[in-house]
Design a protein around this ligand. Structure first.
Ligand code: PFF
Length: 440
């Protein structure tokens, strides 16, 4: 048995893990969900969710991987056995589905990088941009081509393995991402009326608080911290003995949340400056942002930068989605890394084809009233991820609590034990059940 790969450094581990967290969730979803839910007050609720449930679940999942030194399924089996390995298998299924539709949106980002380079999206006419977007996602050849392109890029990185592939890429892409965002924010903040957007984003209007938005905040916090899919279990398993998980958890959650806040500062002021509806949904990225760029000096440059950073963010997340499936095949079936990656890639591409065709050829093909893309999104984000998070929290908070406790004490984190246990064992399960009941 070969010895387990480790992260080359603590910094590499933190950047790779926050690379998983920062993705389409932060850059595409967060600004429009915050825009829709009253701006500042959503930001406040979101921060509260991250600081309580989010951060605890990140620590719970990483501790499971760290103690077992295995990816989810094997970790659950080695630490406890019984029916627990099914929690790991569920998470493999979840990320398999998640990755299949994530590649489709990742493909759109590639396509829009190309369209920004050629200047095709540089128009202020939102009707033309909307037609362009809808035409593009409906085209079977284009959708499948760009989905495949995104997957090939992801596979190329994972083939390189933990240190050479994932860690090295994240060390370059993550700082690049933050620098690009800073550049765009600096430009956006100097637009007329941009400050209205900033005020909207940072001033809480408590009259806008409601149950629906709180549920949305918890769900988005889980999605954007990559909780509930066994990813943090796999990443935690590569952490060496010297690294203290509580500190790393804090950093990862901080970077992930900083990315959300920066994305909000990048998008919302621009939206206000041009008098666009902040709750335009998916179109905010692919229709509204190009319209905004085309009205800015050096707009094409900023458009290229923007879609480049969207690709960076999406790819560091998709890499994290591919890795646990590969780790599962290696750990459970002793398959060699390259072969496991290739097998996973073929399976993911096959499943991503119906997702890619969901806005054209298969638009009218509905299962449970949803097209394949929406069905996959719903099954992964609303059913399987909360289930995975719930099981991980129960596992750490009850099933193996004495070991978790001992491990955290050994990492000088005895102070956080009462709060951490309360959240894992009681608060998080209750909150997830509430979200579930709401979604189902
Ligand atoms: N956190 C990523 C994002 O916000 O885009 C997406 C994601 C990656 C979700 C990995 C879940 C996951 F396990």
């Amino acid at each position: 048995m070969s010895s387990r790969a480790n992260w080359g450094s603590k910094l590499g581990f933190i950047l790779a893990t926050s690379g998983s967290a920062v993705g389409l969730g932060a850059i595409w979803k967060f600004p429009y969900v915050a825009g829709k839910n009253g701006g500042g007050v959503f930001l406040l609720v979101y921060l509260a969710c991250v600081l309580t449930i989010g951060i605890s679940m990140v620590l719970a999942e990483m501790s499971i991987g760290h103690m077992a030194k295995k990816s989810a399924t094997t970790a659950y089996r080695n630490l406890k056995g019984g029916l627990w390995p099914w929690a790991g298998r569920l998470s493999v299924l979840c990320i398999f589905v998640l990755l299949s539709f994530y590649c489709v949106v990742g493909g759109w980002s590639f396509a829009y990088l190309w369209l920004s380079l050629t200047g095709e999206v540089m128009t202020q006419d939102t009707k033309a941009l909307s037609d362009l977007f809808n035409g593009f996602i409906a085209s079977p050849t284009q959708s499948i081509f760009y989905t495949g392109l995104f997957l090939v890029a992801t596979v190329g990185i994972v083939m390189g393995g933990v240190q050479k592939g994932i860690e090295r890429t994240s060390k370059i892409l993550m700082p690049a991402l933050f620098i690009l965002m800073l550049g765009i924010i600096a430009r956006v903040l100097t637009l007329p009326n941009a400050m209205d957007g900033v005020m909207y984003f940072i001033t809480p209007d408590f009259s806008k608080i409601n149950a629906e938005m709180m549920i949305e905040a918890v769900g988005l916090a889980m999605f954007s911290l990559s909780v509930g899919c066994g990813i943090l279990i796999a990443y935690g398993s590569y952490v060496d003995e010297k690294t203290k998980l509580p500190g790393a958890t804090l950093w990862i959650s901080l970077l992930a949340t900083l990315a959300c806040v920066m994305a909000g500062l990048m998008v919302l002021p621009a939206v206000f400056a041009f008098g666009i509806d902040p709750s335009a949904g998916p179109g905010l990225t692919f229709i509204t942002m190009p319209a905004i760029f085309s009205q800015m000096p050096f707009g094409q440059f900023f458009a290229v930068m923007f879609f480049l950073l969207l690709i960076f963010a999406a790819i560091t997340s998709s890499v994290s989605l591919l890795e646990p499936i590969v780790a599962f095949l290696i750990d459970e079936f002793n398959i060699q890394r390259q072969k496991a990656t290739l097998m996973t890639c073929i399976a993911v591409f096959t499943l991503s084809i119906p997702a890619a065709l969901s806005f054209g050829v298969l638009a009218d093909f509905h299962i449970f009233g949803k097209n394949p893309f929406d069905l996959m999104d719903y099954a992964a984000s609303n059913v399987m991820m909360p289930a995975g998070g719930l099981l991980a929290a129960l596992f750490a908070g009850w099933a193996i609590w004495p070991r978790v406790q001992a491990s955290l004490i050994a990492q000088d984190a005895a102070r956080i034990l009462p709060a951490f246990r309360a959240i894992c064992a009681v608060v998080a399960p209750i909150v997830i059940c509430v979200i579930w009941a709401h979604n189902l």
